[in-house]
Design a binder for this molecule. Structure first.
Ligand code: ADP
Ligand code: MG
Length: 755
């Protein structure tokens, strides 16, 4: 241990697969158990993905003790497998086995229920014999098909909790016990004045619908996770690596940084890297949503998972394993999907108190009907209605409402080239009414070119002196204008080496300064000159060019003009943002003249241009808007705009790369093209609509279903639900929530090409 505390190292995050959850109240129990165990800072359980995301202090607890905590709450968990392989395995083994087993159990119980219904008509058996054979059939189905439900209820009871299994188990067991009495001791029933109806058929149908529902649900559930799986499948299993002149085929985890990998035409790029030799076009559509292949040559960055279309490439591996772009994408998506959106909290709160409340309602229903119903039929009606309440009241649909929609939406967003960070991001984006756009690299392509060099009158420095001094500083900066100057110097001076620099200082949003060849050099905009007290003579240049002033020893020596081109997609993007009712604002550190020219070309109104804003002023601008009640999104390149991106209600970081995991922003636009932003906004709004529909549907279903089940409509209208209908309705409610969410898979933003 070091003396210095590293608060950022104090917490670790883990995603644990949880086994045995069936409804929202299970989820609430596991979550509570995790939160109460020592060392846990945050815990959220995702019913849909059957996983728990836990933030914990590794000094106080371990993944193993987290699993123990989950076990003690009546469920089970396993240690996670590495992100990529986990999704590949799931598909093949565990999930599909489970689904096949469910399918058989559903099928058998349906057949048994159908038989129970038809038997009395097909075979005129004596009543006792019929009852006995139905009893045998029911017990068979209860044990063979529905065993896990009763075991789950028992486990929960052992841990003094209750869940949806509890409701079903109590309901069907009560029905079984009554039917048993009717079967075994019919005379006793008669002498007690009890009706001789049995409930075998009902029990069979309840279980059959329940299991069929679960089976269909498991299929739909798997489809909601499809997008994640398809990303995991992008990673090839092996790479052809050149070592000591021999080509070896190595599993991916044996590839090291700086290895040279061979990528033949038609193959997937195995790891992130830089093209070392060769030329080709690369299809990155599954990673960036960009449908056209991108040309790549020596020195260009390639991303693992993209497809090499025509040429042969040798690439030098840069990032591998967990830090590769693909692995980061997977992790972020998984993270976002297992987090909790604010909207989810309502659903969770309702679910956690649901089961006990329903048990009480069922008891009250039983008591009231028993006491008040017309003589004789009382106990039969009381029992049937209480069972119906128990069966209809499962909060499954409630637990699935939000996560199902979010999961599909986050997967769909990735296909459209937008990575969503955090579960609440889409909800916040849907509420945005204004978007602030950075200029360089966001509205423009971000590759400015030097178009002219204007030497100051009477300066003793030549153009090549100025270029050499400027490039000495700018070759140390990553700013787009710095790269433009450096590239220009390289081509003009025919050299790639520039003089040494000391006392190098960057002035964010203004420029750069340092000492070169014994001179104090300053390059930057007018505000840097005035800050340093350097006089700037009147200059004239086209409005659209950025002026980069160079001063030597405090005296202005020359001005470089850098022109950046507007992104071709900018005008249509701004127009579609406006048609979505979103106001656009240009925020830039550049001069008003340049900013106005770019804004005019893009279609942003002149009064919404805010130029000469330092990074701090950009943040301030966003804060002011927010304080006036506006929900603001911000799009920027994420490096010098990080603070503004983080502050905005929704931050779009443009472009991906090795630094993708940077914290700024809730969205990463993989292809770096703002055209993705209106698509993301439409998707977010659509997702919110689907979430609301889901919650509304799930709530309405329980709010309306329970009173009808309790028999509230019977006295006035004679309407009563049978336990069988209740069971079918319950299965239908979760399936409909899932199917409604799956509609997002086909979401195509208006006015754009569909993918
Ligand atoms: P933007 O908001 O357009 O992304 P920045 O805030 O990064 O711009 O920079 C604002 C201005 O500061 C630039 O337009 C440029 O004039 C000047 N500047 C920033 N960095 C440099 C640099 N390394 N060299 C010269 N000028 C710079
Ligand atoms: Mg910028």
């Amino acid at each position: 241990m070091t003396a210095i505390a590293h608060p950022e190292h104090a917490a670790e995050t883990i995603i644990l697969p949880v086994i045995g959850m069936s409804c929202a109240s299970c989820q609430a129990h596991v979550e509570q158990a995790l939160r109460e165990s020592p060392g846990v800072q945050q815990a959220s359980v995702n019913l849909l993905a059957n996983s728990a995301r836990v933030v914990f202090n590794p000094d106080q607890t371990s993944p193993e003790s987290l699993i123990t905590a989950i076990r003690e709450s009546g469920y089970d968990a396993t240690l996670p497998t590495p992100a990529t392989s986990q999704w590949q395995q799931d598909e093949s083994s565990k999930d599909s086995q489970e689904s096949t087993a469910l399918q058989w159990r559903a099928f058998f119980s349906l057949a048994a229920a159908a038989f129970a219904m038809a038997a009395p008509m097909l075979m005129p058996l004596p009543l006792t014999l019929l009852h006995w054979s139905l009893l045998a059939l029911t017990l068979l189905v209860m044990f063979l098909c529905a065993g896990p439900i009763y075991r789950g209820a028992w486990q929960a009871a052992l841990h003094r909790t209750s869940n949806m299994n509890t409701l079903i188990s109590i309901g069907t067991t009560a029905a079984l016990l009554y039917s048993l009495l009717v079967t075994v001791a019919p005379s006793l029933c008669r002498s007690l004045g009890l009706p001789g109806d049995e409930y075998y058929e009902s029990i069979l149908f309840i279980l059959a619908f329940l299991l069929t529902g679960k089976w269909l649900e498991s299929r739909a559930r798997r489809r909601t996770l499809d997008a994640l799986r398809s990303f995991a499948a992008l990673q090839p299993g092996a790479a052809a690596v050149l070592r000591d002149g021999v080509t070896l085929t190595l599993p991916l985890d044996q590839v090291r940084t700086d290895d040279i990998c061979l990528v033949r035409p038609g193959e997937r790029v195995p790891v992130d890297g830089i093209v070392f030799r060769g030329e080709s076009s690369i299809d990155e559509s599954l990673l960036t949503g960009e449908p056209l292949p991108v040309a790549k040559a020596t020195g260009d960055r390639v991303t693992g998972g993209s497809i090499n279309c025509d040429g042969s490439l040798e690439i030098r591996a840069t990032t591998i394993g967990a830090s590769s772009v693909l692995a980061q994408m997977l992790r972020m998506m998984q993270d976002a999907q297992s987090g909790k959106a604010p909207m989810q909290q309502l659903a969770d709160r309702v679910s956690s108190i649901f089961v006990p409340v329903v048990l009480v309602i069922a008891l009250v229903t039983f008591a009231v009907w028993w006491l008040l119903a017309p003589n004789g039929a009382g106990i039969a009606l009381a029992l049937a209605n209480a069972i119906t309440v128990l069966v209809i009241a499962c909060p499954c649909a409630m637990g699935l409402a939000v996560p199902a929609a979010l999961t599909v939406a986050i997967g769909r967003a990735a296909q459209l080239g937008i990575l969503v960070k955090g579960a609440d991001s889409l909800e916040r984006l849907a509420a945005v009414t204004t978007i602030a756009l950075d200029k360089t690299g966001t509205l423009t392509l971000g590759h400015p070119q030097i178009t002219a060099v204007q030497l100051a009158n009477g300066t003793s420095f030549s153009e090549s002196d100025c270029l050499r001094l400027a490039a000495a500083l700018e070759s140390r900066s990553l700013h787009p204008v710095a790269r433009a100057l450096t590239n220009y110097a390289v081509t003009q001076l025919h050299t790639e080496t520039f003089p040494a620099v000391d006392a190098l200082l960057t002035h964010p949003g203004k420029g750069i300064s340092g000492n070169v060849e014994g001179h104090a050099i300053v390059i930057g905009n007018a505000s840097l000159y005035s800050q340093l007290g350097i006089a700037l003579p009147e200059t004239s240049s086209p409005a659209s060019a950025t002026q980069l002033h160079l001063a030597v020893d405090g005296i202005h020596a020359c001005t470089f003009l850098a022109a950046d081109t507007l992104r071709p997609s900018a005008p249509t993007t701004i127009a579609s943002l406006h048609s979505l009712g979103i106001a656009t604002v240009l925020l830039t550190g550049d001069s008003p003249a340049t900013a106005n020219s770019i804004a005019a070309q893009a279609g942003i109104a002149a009064e919404n241009v805010h130029a000469s804003h330092l990074p701090v002023a950009k943040t301030e601008f966003i804060r002011n808007l927010q304080q006036s009640g506006t929900r603001v999104a911000m799009a920027g390149d994420g490096i010098n705009d990080a603070a503004a991106l983080a502050l905005a209600d929704a931050g779009f970081a443009m472009g991906a790369g090795a630094d993708m995991a940077r914290d700024a922003g809730n969205f990463i636009v993989l292809a770096g093209d703002i055209a993705a932003i209106p698509r993301a906004i439409q998707l977010a709004r659509h997702t919110l609509r689907i979430c609301r529909q889901n919650i509304g549907w799930a709530l309405a279903y329980n709010v309306i279903g329970i009173p009808i089940a309790a028999g509230l409509l019977y006295p006035a209208f004679g309407i009563r639900l049978s336990p069988v209908i209740a069971s079918a309705a319950m299965a239908f409610s979760s399936i409909s929530v899932l199917l409604n969410s799956l509609r997002l898979r086909h979401f195509a933003p208006a006015g754009s090409r569909s993918l």
